[in-house]
Design a protein around this ligand. Structure first.
Ligand SMILES: *Cc1c(COP(=O)(O)O)cnc(C)c1O
Length: 316
């Protein structure tokens, strides 16, 4: 692997007054620094999918996403790095000028097709209609979460165990499809409580994560099911739903950048860190608690967000 990769992803301790006051230690695992373009949990999810695709003799990766998708971005970069062609099916209308995310994926050679929202909802059947169900094509689901994604995300947990001889009490992660949280839970094997913060409105993650865990256990023949109860999904910090935000969230993100030099994205990590600070403030965590928050990445999305929303997020 070339020197751009960083494994294990680095950890750092942050000194933040709200946490200090409660006697809480806050650590961050910088998955955003794994690779400049294939960052965070999207690499973890791609890793074993790419080996699977190679093993099956596939030469092209095909996947789906919104016009600002972290997953499309990481897939395009990984495809180029590992010698695959790539195809992206984008939700929505093409625009005259490509946004920064789509410009990047095009530069990485990803071929783009735009699907109407109706077609996007039935994207799996649309693939056949478009003649994209060819045998050289390996299909990754939207967001990259499938059975091959979980073992890669479990490696986050394994790294944590080597980086922290005395494990943290809580390991915190953001939750979209739930694949990353499921993998992390599998990797931790119940040794620390995993708190997953949903960035979507609604309370539906529990059974999805359980399914992913079960599939992993069957695949790896690990049978410590009983021990995998040590996790929770918090649904209180979605800010109105996926990609919704308010000025309080934006101010929070800008304060973390200014004060702690910690860049956060408005879709995922900003919401999780906001939740952690709020929970600390509300004395959810006992004195002496050690928290490890996983920075899952997603920083590529800030450029497109700033273009749409008048540079709300400070980048320097
Ligand atoms: C995709 C993504 C997530 C969500 O991961 P899931 O496995 O879909 O739950 C979290 N954080 C960032 C930065 C992401 O890009």
């Amino acid at each position: 692997m070339n020197p751009e990769w960083r494994f294990p992803s680095p950890i750092q301790q942050l000194t933040i007054p709200v946490f200090e006051k409660q006697g809480i230690e806050l650590w961050i695992k910088r998955e955003d620094q794994i690779h400049p373009f294939i960052s965070g949990n999207k690499w973890r999810k791609l890793k074993y999918n790419l080996s699977r695709a190679k093993q099956l003799g596939k030469t092209t990766l095909l996947t789906f996403g919104g016009a600002y998708s972290n997953h499309l971005y990481a897939t395009a970069a990984a495809a180029e790095e590992f010698g695959f062609s790539s195809i992206g099916l984008v939700r929505g209308e093409p625009t005259e000028i490509l946004n920064p995310t789509l410009r990047f994926v095009r530069e990485k050679g990803m071929q783009l097709y735009y699907l109407t929202r109706a077609d996007y909802r039935q994207k799996e059947t649309v693939i056949a209609k478009m003649g994209l169900d060819r045998k050289e094509i390996f299909i990754l689901p939207e967001g990259g979460s499938n059975e091959w994604a979980i073992p890669g995300c479990a490696e986050i947990g394994k790294e944590i165990s080597t980086q922290f001889p005395a494990l943290p009490d809580y390991i915190c992660i953001c939750c979209g499809t739930g694949g990353t949280a499921a993998g992390l839970i599998c990797g931790m094997k119940g040794a620390a409580e995993v708190l997953a913060f949903s960035v979507l409105k609604g309370d539906f993650h529990q059974p999805i994560i359980e399914e992913f865990i079960k599939a992993y256990q069957i695949k790896t023949q690990e049978s410590s099911l009983a021990k995998l109860q040590n996790w929770k999904v918090n649904t209180d910090y979605h800010f109105g739903g996926y990609a919704r935000f308010d000025s309080e969230l934006i101010d929070f993100i800008n304060r973390y950048k200014d004060t702690y030099d910690l860049p956060l994205d408005p879709i995922y990590t900003g919401k999780m860190f906001f939740a952690l600070e709020d929970l600390a403030h509300k004395q959810y965590f006992k004195k002496g608690t050690k928290i490890l928050a996983i920075h899952t990445g997603g920083l590529q999305g800030i450029a497109g967000f700033n273009q749409r929303f008048d540079n709300l997020i400070k980048v320097t």
